[in-house]
Design a protein around this ligand. Structure first.
Ligand code: IPM
Ligand code: MG
Length: 366
């Protein structure tokens, strides 16, 4: 079978890490007899440079005509000036919104081999296996009014944490469905002691729970959640939360896994029923890391793990997805590490982006 994948490498380390992910995808094709037509397109700072906009219409058209989109990263300090109106990040937000990919799945799994090499105690992080469902197309990122203006009493700015019950319900359902396939516990994270949007979030989540009597629902305030994630992360199974809360908490959660370079993500419009698939956008949770771009030191594992999610959710190729995850685990077991996860293990062998990618591609089993 032939699958069409749009490749939006983006800025900074985006092209380096996606190149290794593509290598892994192509090796899966060879081993399992699939053909992947990979078509590149522009997004982010590189798109602004060449076309003037962060998400050119051709890129969106290609994404819509593909089975899945693989995205590297966007962001470039050249656009950091607050006066700049077209920023690389605008392209990423626009593609998520245009494609209506409201559920961003961010699994956090700690590999046993890395449990000794995070900044936390091994007994805290060993065995962590949790999943964030971050609402991705509404909330504080998109709510209106959203603007900056000048008044006689000084400059002002507003962002709005806006939600409709429909937006909350559909993402809560994704959380429940995922929990049902796992350890059947869903933590809904909000700030219901202060925010109206969170009080609606909590109400709608409780209503949705009626359809999932087999799943235990708990509510946690976002500040408490930030603390519990570090203190007792193994208590969590699936967490569902607002766009900005999810952005912040998943960066925090990457510390549990050893590095931002370890966490993949899938942006979907729902969880496909067993054996079926759905269109999705797949990207590592990390950014473009401009300071290490072009040095062959970025960790490509997060992006390679997004390939596993792409195979699983958008192509319904579960065996192939598991093969990618197994290859990553075996390469870590063999002691290979990029510099972000090198830790203090005396037996570790430090490798660069390209070598890590080739090791994982070679470790794939058909
Ligand atoms: C992420 C990133 C993006 C976000 C940025 C680059 C716009 O931080 O995917 O977590 O905030 O969603
Ligand atoms: Mg982020």
């Amino acid at each position: 079978m032939t699958y069409k994948i749009a490749l939006l490498a983006g800025d900074g380390i985006g092209p380096e890490v996606t190149a290794q992910a593509v290598l892994v995808l192509e090796q899966i094709g060879t081993l399992y007899g699939h053909k992947f037509e990979i078509e590149p397109a522009l997004i982010g700072g590189v798109a602004i440079d060449r076309t003037g906009v962060a998400l050119p219409p051709e890129t969106l058209k290609l994404a819509k005509a593909s089975d899945a989109v693989l995205l590297g990263a966007v962001g470039d300090p050249r656009f950091d000036d607050p006066k700049v109106s077209e920023r690389p990040e605008k392209g990423l937000l626009a593609i998520r919104k245009h494609l209506e990919l409201f559920a961003n799945i961010r699994p956090v799994k700690v590999y046993d081999e890395l449990a000794h090499d995070t900044v936390l105690k091994p007994e805290i992080v060993r065995g962590i296996d949790l999943v964030f469902v971050r609402e991705l197309t509404s909330g504080l990122y998109f709510g209106k009014p959203k603007k900056r203006w000048e008044t006689t009493s000084g400059r002002k700015a507003v962002d709005s944490m806006y939600y409709t019950e429909h937006e909350i319900e559909r993402v809560a359902r994704v959380g429940f469905e995922l929990a049902r396939l796992r350890r059947k516990k869903l933590t809904s994270v909000d700030k219901a002691n202060v925010l109206e949007s969170s009080r609606l979030w909590r109400q709608v989540t409780i209503e949705a729970a009626k359809d999932f009597p087999d799943v235990t629902l708990e509510h946690l305030l976002v500040d408490t959640c930030a603390m519990s994630l570090i203190r007792s992360p193994r208590d969590f199974d699936v967490l569902v939360t607002e766009n900005t809360f999810g952005d912040i908490l998943t960066d925090e959660a990457s510390v549990l896994a050893g590095s931002m370079g370890m966490l993949p993500s899938a942006s979907l419009a729902g969880i496909p029923a067993c054996g079926t698939c759905t269109f999705g956008l797949f990207e590592p949770i990390h950014g473009s890391a401009p300071t290490i771009a072009g040095k062959d030191i970025a960790n490509p594992i997060a992006t390679i793990l997004t390939i596993a999610m792409l195979l699983r959710y958008s192509l319904a190729l579960e065996k192939e997805a598991a093969a990618v995850e197994c290859a990553v685990s075996n390469v870590l077991k063999a002691g290979y590490r990029t510099c972000d996860i090198i830790g203090t293990n005396a037996g570790a062998k430090q490798v660069g982006t390209i070598e890590m990618g080739s090791l994982i591609a070679k470790a794939l089993k058909g």
